[in-house]
Every structure is written in structure tokens, then in C-alpha cells.
Write a protein that binds this ligand. Structure first.
Ligand SMILES: Cc1cc2nc3c(=O)[nH]c(=O)nc-3n(C[C@H](O)[C@H](O)[C@H](O)COP(=O)(O)OP(=O)(O)OC[C@H]3O[C@@H](n4cnc5c(N)ncnc54)[C@H](O)[C@@H]3O)c2cc1C
Length: 445
């Protein structure tokens, strides 16, 4: 598998991974094909995931700028077409209480507003007619140990106080009787407003809206080289050169090695693995009391997440291999299946129907950053740390504001670059160490 820390290109025209989404979402809508000649443009966007397409959509609708999006493979071939489809009011990994301590009440609230606006924008765009199978509202955060339930209850109280957030507390019995009988759960808290959807259909919906607004989306058009000639950025693709006044890097965890100095050594791509099972029978669902289609995540440092899909399959996710070379080793999918079965022993005979993985994009400070170079002709947004389905849309909108020279809120999200990783060549060693620390923490503390 393509490994962003080793490879200089994610490929050209690669097919979607053999995921549940790619196999069940129907036919991809039309795009603008492969770039086949040289073009001069005001704005070029590299990467047709949620970030790139949201930026293109908002540039067209709000600033009358018709951007040209260059995608190496297919629309949303990266994370956006292969994620778990959890829509949550959060991004990055930094908690709101840490933000409050570090930056104060006003900044913390500003960031919360931006993350909430991401969910609102996703909902508005879905209401414009994107058919992406949204499921029932609710996000359940499960305590994987008894002491973690106390921490969750404290979190629920804090969020109620800080944001008036209506967070329900569920004992182990309430959870198993009303939602699902997860044997690894010691209780949970439940937010009323998260939900699951089909992420690939969402991406295809954005593509349609962006093209209707005037943006062009070229697939099979990787940027394989990049120079600046005077005031003009020159992006080299296999069959055409794009001369652009401004460039947006929207490649997130799929950013190739040494792609651009502005983002080099500032992210850590980490594999997240998903399995989707065969559909559960009525008897299997009854044995697990699997009543809910809410999205579920646990309190582990190395998190597991799951949801019941509209056709009664279970999507189950967690960490994957460390390198691209190991990504397709069936060990990682089997490990997820065994954790799923430890939560629901009645599913002992259940099989995996689909398994795939993708590169999430970690930032050193656990926060996404939307930033630009000093000459304000190269912009980027990345570092969602595995939580970008909703916020990437807000980030794309803010990128569009920046490209159009409009102001954005003064927040660490928008005012600061991604910090550089110290000892960047050793990032994977650090990741390996963190995985070991996480295993010990999750087992013993
Ligand atoms: C397994 C998995 C599960 C996840 N689950 C969730 C979830 O449930 N909820 C949530 O909020 N977040 C989740 N995420 C994270 C979320 O999917 C991402 O944060 C989000 O999709 C990022 O979108 P993006 O547009 O920034 O990047 P991407 O969607 O990764 O798009 C980047 C694109 O850039 C292209 N590209 C790279 N280099 C070049 C080049 N040189 N030239 C042209 N194109 C190039 C790539 O081909 C790719 O299509 C998950 C991620 C993974 C991997």
C-alpha cells in the first residue's frame, strides 16, 4: 500500500479500495476526467477529499472563484471515501478542557463553535439533496473500565456547564437494555447529536455540488512535481502543467514524501483499520440486544469504534499496521474481529465481509491547522487526527476565506502553522512506542 512517509506519489488513477462503501454505493458521478492539457488558473487545489471539495465549493459559492481540483486517483480515494462515517462535533485529539487551560475560555469556545459549524454545514449540504444514508441521531462513548465511567460522568458535567450540552449518563444496565449489550462496556455517556452516514456518497454529493457551482474536478491527475516560476506556481501532472496564482494543499494523511516545504515533517500518517461483517441475523441481533444504530467509541487510548449499518452489518474499527508494507496483513482485521467478538460473544461465528485501512493525519499538538506561506500563495489544511468528516468541511470553507483574502476567526486553528515533529525521521519509532504505552495504559489503568 502507498506509504506517505516513503513514497513520492499516491499513484495515478488507482481504484477505490475494496471497501464496503466502494462496493455498495452505486456508480460514481461524473467528474472532469484526467487533466490532458496545460491550463492557467487562479486557484488550484490538490486533493479531492472533503477538504479540497469543500474549499472548491465555498470558493465558487461565496467568492465567485472557480477553482480547479487535481486528484491523483478517484474523488475521495483517500480518507474521505474510506472512513467510518461518524459525524461528531469535534476534530483533533485535544480535549476542550485542555484548550481552556492552555488558551482560556474564549478561545476554547471559539474552537467549539467552529467544530459545531462543521456539523451544521454537513447537515445543510445533505439537505440540498445528498443521498448518503444518515442514521439515527446519537453518539455513545463507552467506558471500557469501571473507573473510566467516573471520568465520563465528569466530562458530561463539564460539557453541560461549558456548552449547555445535553449529555445523557447510562449505567451498564441502561446501556445493555436500551442500546446494545456490549460485554466490554461499564456504562457510557450519550450525546444527542452525532450520527453515522455513508462517507463515500457524502463525498460524491460534495463533488456534484462543487461542479454545479463551477469548480472543475480532475481525477487521475497527480501532482508529481512543483516549482515556482516568478509569481506563478507550476504544478506538473503526467499530461498537463497547471500554472496557478494560488495553490491549496488538501492532501492530509496522503501527502507524499517531501511534497512541499510548507508541510514537510509536520504530520504523522497513521493507519486506521476497518472491518465490516456479514449482516447479523435477527437471532444474532436479539442475542446482543443490538437495538441502536448510534455511533459508538470507547475510552481506550488506542480506541475502538463501531456502528450497526443500515443492512445490519457491524462496522468495527481501530488501529492498523504501522507501515504501508504491513497494511494488508490479515492479522489486523482478525484482531478487530476478535475484539468485536469479546464485546458480543453471541457473534462467535460471524465473518468479515470487507476489510480495508486508510491514513489518518496526526498533528504534534493534536489540533488541525489551516495555514499559509508568507507570500500567501500556498495554503493548507490538515491534521484532523482521525476526526475530520465534519470539521474538514468547515476547514475547507475557512481555506476558501483565506484564499479570497477574507478574515477568519482568530483561533489557534487558523493563526498558527502545524508544529514540526522533532526528530521527524523517527516518527514511526515514536508511534510504535505510543502503541506500547497505550496497550499498557488500556490494560492496567
Ligand atoms: C479508517 C478511517 C476511519 C475514519 N473514520 C472517521 C470518522 O468516523 N469520523 C471522522 O470525523 N473522521 C474519520 N476519519 C478521518 C476522516 O476521514 C479525514 O479526516 C477526512 O476524510 C480528511 O479529508 P481530506 O479531504 O482532508 O483528506 P483525504 O480524504 O485523505 O484526501 C486527500 C486526497 O489527496 C490526494 N492526493 C495526495 N497526494 C496527491 C497529489 N500529489 N496529487 C493529487 N492528489 C493527491 C489523495 O489521493 C486523496 O484522495 C477516518 C479516517 C480513516 C482512515
Amino acid at each position: 500500500m502507498y506509504d506517505p512517509l516513503h513514497d513520492k506519489s499516491p499513484g495515478c488513477g488507482e481504484k477505490y479500495p475494496n471497501s464496503y462503501w466502494a462496493n455498495t454505493s452505486g456508480v460514481a458521478p461524473e467528474n472532469d476526467g484526467k487533466l490532458a492539457q496545460d491550463i492557467d488558473v487562479d486557484v488550484a487545489i490538490i486533493g479531492a477529499g472533503y477538504t479540497g471539495m469543500s474549499c472548491a465549493l465555498h470558493l465558487a459559492r461565496e467568492h465567485n472563484i472557480k477553482a480547479h481540483v487535481l486528484e491523483a486517483n478517484q474523488t475521495s480515494w483517500g480518507c474521505s471515501g474510506r472512513n467510518a462515517g461518524f459525524i461528531l462535533k469535534s476534530s483533533g485529539r485535544k480535549s476542550f478542557s485542555t484548550m481552556q487551560k492552555q488558551w482560556g475560555e474564549e478561545v476554547m469556545r471559539g474552537i467549539y463553535q467552529e467544530m459545531s459549524a462543521g456539523v451544521e454545514t454537513v447537515n445543510q449540504l445533505i439537505h440540498e439533496g445528498i443521498d448518503c444514508d444518515p442514521q439515527s441521531l446519537g453518539y455513545i462513548k463507552v467506558a471500557h473500565k469501571a473507573n473510566k465511567l467516573n471520568e465520563l460522568i465528569e466530562l458530561a458535567k463539564l460539557q453541560k456547564k461549558m456548552f449547555g450540552y445535553d449529555v445523557e449518563i447510562l449505567s451498564k444496565d441502561e446501556l445493555s437494555q436500551q442500546y446494545m449489550d456490549d460485554k466490554n462496556a461499564y456504562g457510557a455517556i450519550r450525546y444527542q447529536d452525532g450520527f453515522g452516514l455513508n462517507p463515500l456518497k457524502l463525498a460524491w454529493g460534495y463533488q456534484k455540488l462543487a461542479r454545479e457551482a463551477g469548480a472543475k474536478i480532475y481525477c487521475s491527475s497527480p501532482v508529481i512535481d512543483w516549482h515556482k516560476n516568478g509569481q506563478v506556481q507550476q504544478l506538473i501532472t503526467p499530461q498537463g502543467i497547471v500554472k496557478a496564482k494560488k495553490v491549496v494543499i488538501a492532501t492530509n494523511g496522503y501527502t507524499p514524501k517531501n511534497f512541499n516545504v510548507l508541510v514537510s515533517d509536520r504530520t504523522l500518517p497513521v493507519l486506521s483499520q476497518i472491518i465490516v461483517t456479514e449482516p447479523l441475523t435477527e437471532a444474532q441481533m436479539a442475542a446482543c440486544n443490538f437495538l441502536t444504530s448510534n455511533v459508538v467509541m470507547d475510552t481506550r487510548a488506542l480506541k475502538y469504534y463501531y456502528r450497526k449499518l443500515p443492512d445490519n452489518r457491524i462496522l468495527f474499527g481501530g488501529r492498523g499496521a504501522i507501515t504501508g508494507k504491513g497494511a494488508e496483513d490479515p492479522y489486523y482485521a482478525k484482531r478487530l474481529l476478535s475484539v468485536l467478538k469479546s464485546s458480543f460473544p453471541a457473534l462467535h461465528s460471524l465473518n468479515i465481509a470487507y476489510a480495508w485501512s486508510g491514513w489518518i493525519c496526526m498533528a504534534l499538538d493534536d489540533l488541525p491547522h489551516i495555514f499559509q506561506n508568507d507570500t500567501k500563495d500556498v495554503f493548507y489544511s490538515m491534521g484532523y487526527c482521525g476526526a475530520g468528516v465534519s470539521f474538514s468541511v468547515q476547514a475547507g470553507k475557512r481555506l476558501a476565506d483565506k484564499v479570497a483574502e477574507k478574515s477568519v476567526p482568530h483561533l489557534p486553528l487558523y493563526d498558527r502553522p502545524l508544529p514540526k515533529f522533532p526528530l521527524a525521521p523517527l516518527r514511526r519509532v515514536g508511534q510504535w512506542g505510543y502503541f506500547h504505552y497505550g496497550k499498557i495504559k488500556d490494560t492496567w489503568f
